[in-house]
Design a protein around this ligand. Structure first.
Ligand SMILES: NC(=O)c1ccc[n+]([C@@H]2O[C@H](COP(=O)([O-])OP(=O)(O)OC[C@H]3O[C@@H](n4cnc5c(N)ncnc54)[C@H](OP(=O)(O)O)[C@@H]3O)[C@@H](O)[C@H]2O)c1
Length: 353
């Protein structure tokens, strides 16, 4: 049976990969939503809509009558430190409510809403917490917009024929210009600039972050998990941790990352990337010309506050993914190999030299 998906936040570091995955499957019609325009392609229709503008939503989403699945991955950051993004309640709650309400009212075919939250559910942005994190762990002290999103969605779904699934990833690894949260472009651009300046690839984070346990989630792998969660009967009204399924320490990955760029791995030298990269836009423009790179605005290419946040995490961050495995999602990714593979691809695709 032909399925029709609405991917909310279709140009993000999660949404882009859900779109790509569903379109490749062949039996999905996909509608993507975001404010920015994007080209249509076979089986993909893009709707440029501001989900915080209720008139825009009413006008542009009323025709979505036969939607079977919603994948919700829209997000708005707040200014300042990335650890504070979780407190940005109103826009993140309202975008979800506006999108899901519009699709639900437009037709009768809805089967499942997949809501993307994250490990900030457990307070990974606050400091050390219990590890491994399990889906049954109690929430941290609010505010956190995930709680508002989950509470709204579960209340709204009550008594309806469709179900929801909530997925909690950690630190997505993909490429999406304009995203506020993406670690790989930050590593790639930081490495390329260090190399250009004749520096070794030093670890810019906190000394503790160099050695603690960390985990990430490849965007393409996460998209597979979203597809599974949308169609797996056992996933109805369930929450799941989804990561690559392994753990690493930056100190062990760093030499492999340095090797991708033909650089010497350096030691730890803690700097604020947000501050130290603030004057590097002209250097990047010159490097773009020198190496024939694809043209991006420097501030659209890299989210430095997010990199400072990730490299400042000097406590163990470990999700337990047993529940998703028991319920049928068995894919895993070797994170160390992923860094090497994806960074090589960034170089091949002329995102960085
Ligand atoms: N990235 C990570 O590492 C990570 C890790 C764990 C959890 N998560 C969670 O995953 C969720 C999605 O985050 P993300 O990182 O994928 O976000 P993202 O890359 O910034 O993408 C956000 C998407 O939302 C769209 N959007 C924002 N405001 C909109 C509006 N008013 N109307 C319509 N579309 C709008 C953006 O497109 P336009 O700008 O074109 O509107 C974009 O397509 C968040 O809740 C986040 O906390 C992310």
């Amino acid at each position: 049976m032909q399925k029709k998906a609405v991917v909310v936040g279709a140009l993000g570091v999660i949404g882009r990969y859900i779109v790509e995955k569903l379109v490749a499957e062949g039996d999905w019609q996909v509608v993507g939503l975001s404010r920015r325009p994007e080209k249509n392609s076979p089986r993909y229709t893009h709707v440029s809509v501001d989900l915080l503008n209720t008139r825009d939503v009413a006008k542009k989403l009323k025709g979505l009558s036969d939607v079977t699945h919603v994948f919700y991955a829209a997000f708005q950051a707040s200014p300042g430190n990335a650890a504070g993004y979780a407190s940005n309640i109103a826009p993140n709650r309202d975008m979800l409510a506006n999108a899901v309400t519009a699709v639900d009212r437009a037709g009768k075919s809805l089967q499942r809403v997949v809501l993307v939250t994250g490990t900030k559910y457990y307070g990974t942005h606050l400091g050390p917490m219990k590890t491994p994190m399990r889906e049954t762990d109690p929430r941290h002290m609010p505010p956190n917009y995930y709680f508002d999103q989950i509470d709204w969605l579960t209340a709204y779904q009550h008594g309806k024929k469709w179900s929801w699934a909530e997925l909690r990833p950690q630190t997505l690894c993909g490429f999406a210009p304009g995203t506020a949260m993406s670690i790989l472009p930050a590593i790639a651009v930081y490495a390329a600039i260090s190399k250009e300046l004749g520096l070794p690839l030093r670890f810019p984070g906190k000394p503790g972050a160099w050695s603690t346990i960390y985990q990430v989630t490849e965007s393409a792998h996460f998209a597979s998990a979203c597809l599974w969660a949308a169609t797996e009967p056992r996933a109805a009204n369930q929450a799941y941790n989804i990561t690559n399924g392994d753990y690493f320490r930056w100190r062990n990955v760093w030499p492999r990352i340095a090797a991708v760029f033909g650089m010497k791995p350096g030691d730890v030298q803690t700097i604020s990337l947000t501050q130290h990269m603030a004057d590097k836009a002209d250097l990047w423009a010159a490097m773009t010309r020198k190496y024939g790179l694809r043209r991006f605005d420097f501030d659209q290419l890299v989210a430095w506050p997010f990199a400072d946040y990730v490299f400042g995490s000097d406590w163990d961050v470990m999700s337990d993914v047993t529940k998703s495995r028991l319920h049928g999602f068995h894919d895993v990714v070797d994170s160390e190999a992923m860094f090497e593979r994806m960074l090589k691809r960034f170089r091949r695709e002329k995102i960085v030299p």
